[in-house]
Design a binder for this molecule. Structure first.
Ligand code: UDP
Ligand code: MN
Length: 550
């Protein structure tokens, strides 16, 4: 039987053994279809059924790693994964002259089974002739198994090398240590809790081989922190590229329309304004040419945006390759972050802002109360920007990230004050906290509240494409409910018009925003021009069109 388009979920439905047959896999002591977690399936732990010793092990694993080590320890470190690639991707013939990769895996403490599964997935799913080496960089781990036991493991592996830092360096300098040790033409950086899938490496090497200034990332799939299930979405359902918000957080976004239109095939590289940071590939010489990393950054965070801005502004490209899939365990808290290192994420972000963001840095500073703190010396990084003759941050925003909402571009901003006066409360304003897109999928309710003039929950911005915004969330009218939802820039329930008569129209429903007679509820009603439908909201004029603080 020829399976032209493998749908592995369907295949799995008919049992793992059948799946192995279909995929032409041979069972072996290391690859037994009945073993837990094989083919990326979930490993379910019923906590209630665990003995007290098992429960202790389970809790300890979670506490230490913030993922289910108990499950990982029971899944083969060679577990199989389906070939997730789209048919179009599998049909691509890669050149035999592609550059070789040094895969650099950095870690500060990592569970043994998770680390080994990462390493084996690289070794077993990379064509040997394109894999120069795997470099493990131990960033001063204190867990016992990462000492002698790891040395002994590395001694058995021809292509694996281990370097250790002499003090805790943080992920930025740990990657620099790995890069220094690397011999391959291409550096591929991975976290220590990843699983590479069949065909993961070739698209990246191919793309970099075409031009040294192509910096690329795979599609990063989610390995569940609880069940270790490999979650895969077919390309037909779309995939995400990276962005950021003005608090300097990394964000994921569906591929924007302009990029969908620019690309011709489902397998074409997709330009990404930023990268998540943990998983990417770059030509080794280009890595140094473009300024490697800012060695003044500590521990974790911010370096991904810094590198993303730098690549785009200084002449490179940053792309997500839809044919390359690598899984990563996303966790809900980070066991490596401790207060003793200070506010390193903010410090790293301020360094980024100071060097790369020009006057836009004030938008970030506004969001951290303008307390930027001591960020060290960035003169070398500024000199690098000069030397490389990099473009402006405005150019980056306009050209590479046109869909990002820039608060200083708002057509109206500030409090939204209803003209009507109400008993007791006099005038009320629209009021809502912003959302965290990761946790508030169901949206937040909008309420009315006496106007307080302090911004915060009463700060609203009207974007040029008709959204009524917070920094992250958008006012959304759907199914009769007014809520704050993650902004999706696809109009519909998030499409508003602030009319000349100061009424606020929801274009999609044709209804107007209205405050109830008692002033307590915000609702949608047929537009009628009453004072309860008239709102004062400061419109942008050429005079006040300046960046905050700038
Ligand atoms: N890491 C490191 N030193 C540090 C902090 C992190 O080597 O001081 C490693 C960590 O073990 C992981 C990678 O850097 O392999 C990325 O960190 P993490 O996975 O915690 O970040 P996340 O993926 O949650 O953003
Ligand atoms: Mn990680």
């Amino acid at each position: 039987m020829v399976v032209s388009h493998l749908n592995w979920r369907e295949i799995l439905g008919s049992g793992l053994k059948a799946a192995y047959k279909t995929l032409g896999k041979v069972e072996s002591p290391e690859h037994n279809a009945d073993d837990p977690g094989e083919m990326g399936v979930a490993f379910q732990v019923d906590e209630k059924k665990l003995s007290s010793a098992e429960k202790e092990e389970y809790d300890f694993g979670f506490k230490r790693n913030a993922f289910n080590q108990y499950a990982s320890d029971r899944i083969s470190v060679h577990r199989t994964l389906p070939d997730y690639r789209d048919v179009e991707c599998r049909a691509i013939l890669h050149s035999s002259k592609m550059p070789k990769a040094s895969v650099i895996v950095i870690f500060h403490n990592e569970a043994w089974s998770v680390l080994l599964r990462t390493v084996y997935s690289i070794l077993e799913r990379s064509p040997p002739r394109f894999l120069e080496e795997v470099i493990l960089v131990d960033d001063y781990s204190d867990q016992e198994h990462l000492h002698d036991q790891l040395d002994e493991f590395v001694a058995t592996q021809q292509k694996v090398r281990l370097v250790r830092s002499e003090k805790r360096e943080g992920l930025i300098r740990a990657r620099l240590i790995g890069a220094e040790a690397a011999k391959g033409q291409v550096l591929v950086f991975l976290d220590s809790h990843c699983e590479c899938t069949p065909g993961w490496l070739e698209p990246m090497l191919d793309r970099i081989g075409q031009d040294w200034s192509h910096v690329v990332t795979p599609i990063i799939d989610v390995i569940d922190d609880k069940t270790l299930m490999y979650n895969f979405n077919p390309l037909s359902r779309g995939f995400s590229v990276g962005g950021f918000d003005w608090a300097m957080g990394f964000t994921w976004h569906a591929l924007p329309n302009h990029e969908k239109e620019r690309r011709k095939k489902i397998s074409d590289p997709a330009r990404s304004p930023t990268m998540a940071g943990g998983l990417f590939a770059i030509d080794r010489e280009y890595f140094y040419h473009i300024g490697s990393y800012d060695p003044g950054m500590e521990i974790w965070g911010g370096e991904n945006l810094e590198m993303s801005f730098r690549i785009w502004m200084c002449g490179g490209t940053l792309e997500t390759l839809p044919c390359s899939h690598v899984g990563h365990i996303f966790r809900k808290r980070n066991p490596n972050h401790s207060a003793k290192h200070g506010n390193f994420v903010q410090r790293n972000s301020v360094r980024t802002a100071e060097v790369w963001m020009d006057e836009y840095k004030y938008l970030y500073y506004d969001r951290i109360g303008n307390h930027i703190g001591d960020f060290g010396d960035v003169s070398d990084r500024r000199a690098l920007r000069e030397e490389l003759k990099c473009k402006s941050f405005k150019w980056y925003l306009d050209t590479i990230y046109p869909t990002l909402f820039v608060p200083s571009d708002a057509e109206a901003s500030g409090e939204v004050r209803c003209k009507a006066h109400f008993p007791k409360v006099s005038q009320v304003c629209l009021d809502s906290a912003d959302i965290d897109p990761e946790t508030s999928a169901n949206g937040k309710e909008v309420q009315t509240w006496p106007c307080h003039g302090q911004g915060g929950n009463q700060m609203w911005m009207l974007s040029q494409n008709g959204e009524i915004r917070k920094d992250k969330g958008c006012l959304d009218y759907n199914d009769g409910k007014l809520r704050i939802y993650p902004c999706h820039s696809s109009k519909g329930p998030q499409d508003w018009k602030y009319n000349d008569d100061n009424s606020i129209l929801n274009v999609y429903s044709g209804l107007c925003l209205e405050i109830s007679v008692d002033g307590k509820v915000i609702q949608m009603a047929k537009c009628n021009g009453s004072d309860r439908q008239v709102f004062q909201w400061k419109r942008q004029t050429p005079e006040n069109e300046i960046l905050a603080g700038g």
